[in-house]
Write a protein that binds this ligand. Structure first.
Ligand SMILES: [Zn+2]
Length: 156
């Protein structure tokens, strides 16, 4: 994700475009009351605010420039990829939510890793071009671990 806008003038087009991108990105990390941690210069991820208020804060106070990896908003090394839609135009699932559903089925029905690999293989072939799915059970688990989704809990 491009973050160069953070250091641009708050009145520039790039800045407001960047803010929009950020807000779209963090839309997924809302808490139960629909709020997110505010990364503006005065809140510095200490307070939760509505998306609307966060936007206002970022526009008026500026974005906290030390906040380079948006880990408080769901970003880590793989997040840009995972937060992406499952395939272009897919409204029902994100890549991650689809994988979670799939993996849950695997656990419920005690599919073997090998059978799950085979399923992934045919799904990758069947879905539209641009679909991002891990290719193996191992990759799925790695992904879930990276997001601390507690696959061990699901597994138990
Ligand atoms: Zn703020």
């Amino acid at each position: 994700m491009n973050k160069s806008w953070i250091n641009k003038s708050r009145w520039s087009h790039e800045y407001s475009k960047g803010v929009e991108d950020f807000l779209n990105f963090v839309n997924r990390s809302k808490n139960q009351s629909g709020k997110i941690l505010c990364p503006c210069k005065s809140c510095i991820n200490r307070y939760f605010h509505s998306i609307k208020d966060v936007k206002e804060h970022i526009m008026t106070n500026g974005f906290f420039t030390g906040y380079v990896i948006w880990n408080q908003h769901g970003e880590d090394h793989q997040v840009e990829d995972v937060g992406a839609e499952f395939y272009p135009g897919c409204k029902r699932f994100s890549k991650l939510s689809f994988i979670l559903h799939l993996f849950h089925l695997k656990c419920l029905n005690s599919w073997t890793a090998r059978s799950f690999d085979m399923l992934l293989e045919i799904l990758i072939e069947a879905f539209p071009e641009g679909t991002s799915l891990p290719k193996t059970t191992y990759e799925v688990k790695k992904l879930m671990k990276a997001f601390d989704l507690g696959y061990t809990k699901i597994h138990a």
